[in-house]
Design a protein around this ligand. Structure first.
Ligand code: GLU
Length: 433
């Protein structure tokens, strides 16, 4: 039922635009060059060791639908790298999920955990499914089947899943339940992003969006920009986008335009964020939000504003969009929202881009706090979580900003250099495999 495959083909003729993972790997290798890993540590297999996933699990899931019929779905878990600690990363249920995408997402996870210096590696999982079209009972059966197939591959010391696109507390609860029933062990730390009742952490729900705003406002503050009265555009109105908007609004930023997968809206006076969250909850979309006007999807990314928050899927900002971006700062709350080419263009245009591997690391950071609390079975207050998170995010930002300034490189390149250095050191300390 399950098979493993590796990615031993390091060279590829793919152009930019063909494979997300190929692009991610090429970018990594470019950023790794100044570290001279091969020259400094000849014969150690660096950096190949860092760009080939440890294990890719590909499996088929069968699901009995409510009407009795059987349907099949493709599922994946890529455990990319565990040099610094157990594999860690979310689970995505979306019709566009492919092995290539999951591999890229797993790759970014281990870089992200190294950037914020939490003791994890990187992994990602997914099912290619139009999850929103399933009934609640079908969703539960599918999620539990996914978890059961992976039950020997995960665990709090091995690989720890978490939410990602279209998954949340409910799915994490179902996975925990499936493992309890298949292994007989109630191990809360095997999954993060759980409901509070099952050992979730206060502050996890808002962590990704909030973390993206903490680092964004640090960058703005350094540039002498006062958030109160500033304007923002948010692309994507899922968990991360909503909490980023709430956090921005808390600092007096006006959210002037927002999109989700179905619609895009604008209000020059600013959108009322809590009301828009309720509206989406009730109607399933941001469309027809009272007091807003509909706009073209693309205009969200190119609106005139101070802050742009891409909080949807990969490759939203490519070389056709980049020249039209008018925001001064971008905080990449989504994973991989900017293609490498667009990233270079934005750097040349003077747009400050807080890269995904730092901007959205608040999620895995509070996942780490949740895992620590689960292991101790001792739970922290909201303030404890918020304080520790803010301290960690600010310190990660400072380190990245310092390396960027010292080397006159982008924040993305600086973040990668820090991460590659940390992971390479761990790999060398562990020795050959
Ligand atoms: N899916 C989130 C991410 O991409 C969270 C991962 C986690 O908490 O492990 O960072």
């Amino acid at each position: 039922m399950s098979a493993t495959s590796d990615h031993s083909r390091l060279e590829t003729s793919h152009d930019e635009g063909v494979s997300v993972f190929d692009r991610a790997r090429k970018l990594f290798l470019r950023y790794a060059e100044p570290l001279e890993l091969e020259t400094r540590h000849p014969g150690q297999g660096l950096p190949e060791r860092l760009v080939i996933p440890d294990k890719s699990i590909i499996f088929r899931l069968s699901l009995q639908m409510d009407d009795g019929s059987i349907r099949f779905f493709q599922a994946y878990r890529v455990q990319f790298n565990d040099e610094r600690g157990p594999y860690k990363g979310g689970v995505r249920f979306h019709p566009d999920v492919t092995l290539d995408e999951v591999t890229a997402l797993a790759f970014w996870m281990y870089i992200k955990t190294a950037v914020v210096d939490v003791p994890f590696g990187g992994a990602k999982g997914g099912i290619t499914v139009d999850y929103k079209s399933l009934s609640r009972a079908e969703r539960e059966r599918l999620t539990k089947k996914f978890a059961v197939v992976l039950c020997r591959e995960v665990g709090q010391e091995v690989d720890i899943p978490a939410p990602d696109v279209n998954t949340g507390e409910q799915e994490m609860a179902w996975m925990l339940d499936a493992w309890r029933n298949t292994t007989g062990v109630y191990q809360r730390g095997a999954v993060t992003g759980k409901p509070l009742d099952l050992g979730g952490s206060l502050g996890r729900r808002e962590a990704t969006g909030k973390g993206g705003v903490i680092v964004l406002l640090e960058a703005a503050r350094e540039a002498g920009i006062d958030p109160s009265g500033a304007t923002a555009a948010v692309q994507g109105w899922g968990n991360a986008g909503q909490y980023a908007a709430l956090e921005l609004a808390k600092h007096g930023v006006r959210i002037i335009t927002v999109s989700d997968s179905q619609a895009a809206i604008r209000s020059r006076d600013g959108l009322h964020v809590p009301a828009l969250i309720d509206h989406k909850q009730q109607t399933g979309s941001v469309a027809h939000f009272p007091g807003s006007e509909p706009v073209d999807h693309g205009t969200v990314l190119t609106s005139k504003c101070d802050f742009l928050i891409p909080a949807a899927l990969e490759d939203s900002i490519d070389e056709t969009v980049a020249p039209h971006v008018q925001a001064r700062f971008i905080s990449e709350v989504a994973n991989g929202p900017t293609t490498p080419r667009a990233s270079r263009m934005l750097f040349d245009q003077g747009v400050t881009v807080i890269p995904d591997v730092l901007a959205n690391a608040g999620g895995v950071l509070v996942s780490y706090f949740e895992w620590v609390q689960n292991r101790q079975e001792y739970y922290w207050s909201q303030e404890d979580v918020a304080d520790r998170m803010t301290t960690k995010m600010k310190s990660a930002y400072e380190q990245v900003a310092r390396v960027a300034t010292e080397n006159a490189v982008s924040l993305r390149q600086a973040a990668y250099q820090i991460a590659i250095d940390r992971v390479a050191r761990a790999a060398l300390e562990r020795g050959g495999q």
